[in-house]
Design a protein around this ligand. Structure first.
Ligand SMILES: C[S@@+](CC[C@H](N)C(=O)[O-])C[C@H]1O[C@@H](n2cnc3c(N)ncnc32)[C@H](O)[C@@H]1O
Length: 303
């Protein structure tokens, strides 16, 4: 990453959680009593929604040796480590058990392989499964602000409706490899940080933040206001990657979905639509591969 400099901060776009609205006039006592009951019921419902991973379906899994060891080393909160019975001669598995022990508070469960197979729904767990609380997404503006705070030009990838968690995981891995600052995904109709995404990220998800945008177009506009150039990748883009001067500055690279590519609104919001030349003549690249190529080129220019 280039020399340290302070950049602009991304403002409070539409994604920040809002505080409670201001209080109105005080109602009479009996109404207050009714309100108090109602508020208590609402608070109870809210607590039930946000309570950390107790019952079924409220926790998530990180699976596979690299992902689990990285998650444990990076201090990702975890409740339990499941280890396949009779597998303790594997070095990475022993490391997972050791790090979990050092951290403390993580239940160690030895389980037969069929149980791990069932838990992980066919993912290749390699004998280790970490049960973690639901993934805590960052806010899009956090990614740019963290880079600016470190005196670096943000390098962020936004995924416009990419639905395959393996593509998300692969992009997280590339962003981590090329010194980027994070990945933005839309809140709806898009892959999130599931066990499959963790697995493909090979554990890099433990140190590369993923942010969720309630509205991707608005998040991109927020980045533009903060001085980032937003380039959209499209196989028929007007500008060739080699001719993009903005790659070594504050940058957001937007990758389209597997089936439909960039959505119209997002495409119109981008400052440039950029194509990666494919002299071999394929119709398009895989979304994760396209992101990787551009990240490599951006990192090369910044070096
Ligand atoms: C599998 S492609 C999508 C193909 C889709 N049928 C379309 O119409 O765009 C997924 C994404 O990868 C990126 N991509 C793939 N090949 C590219 C190329 N040669 N140049 C720039 N971006 C590319 C684009 O962002 C694209 O939306």
């Amino acid at each position: 990453m280039p020399g340290k400099k302070k950049g602009p901060q991304v403002g409070s776009g539409g994604n920040r959680r809002r505080g409670l609205a201001g209080k109105g006039p005080t109602p009479p006592a009996e109404m207050r009593k009714g309100h108090a009951k109602q508020r208590a019921a609402q608070a109870k419902a809210r607590r039930a929604q946000t309570r950390p991973q107790r019952g079924k379906g409220t926790s998530e899994l990180v699976v596979g040796r690299n992902s689990v060891v990285e998650a444990l080393r990076e201090g990702v909160p975890a409740n339990a480590l499941y280890v396949q019975q009779f597998i303790d001669n594997d070095e990475r598995v022993r490391e997972a058990v050791r790090v979990a022990g050092e951290r403390g508070g993580i239940r160690l469960v030895e389980a037969p392989r069929p149980e791990l197979d069932r838990m992980t729904n066919g993912l290749n767990h390699q004998g280790v499964v970490l049960q973690v609380p639901p993934y805590e997404y960052a806010h899009p503006e956090d990614l740019a602000n963290a880079a600016f705070d470190d005196g670096e030009d943000p390098l962020i990838v936004a995924l416009d409706g990419v639905t395959d968690p393996r593509n998300l995981g692969a992009v997280v891995r590339s962003v981590s490899a090329f010194g980027g600052h994070g990945v933005v995904v839309p809140e709806r109709r898009a892959a999130g940080m599931t066990a499959g995404a963790w697995k493909t990220s090979a554990g890099t998800a433990a140190r590369t933040p993923v942010a969720r945008a309630t509205n991707l177009t608005r998040a991109l506009e927020g980045y533009q206001k903060a001085g980032l150039t937003v380039i959209g990748l499209a196989a028929d883009g007007e500008v060739e990657l080699g001719d993009v001067a903005a790659l070594d500055g504050p940058l957001v690279v937007v990758v389209g979905s597997e089936g439909k590519g960039l959505s119209r609104l997002v495409g119109e919001t981008c400052d440039l639509r950029v194509r990666i030349p494919m002299p071999g003549g394929a119709e398009s690249l895989n979304a994760g591969v396209a992101a990787g190529v551009v990240l490599y080129e951006a990192a090369r220019r910044r070096a």
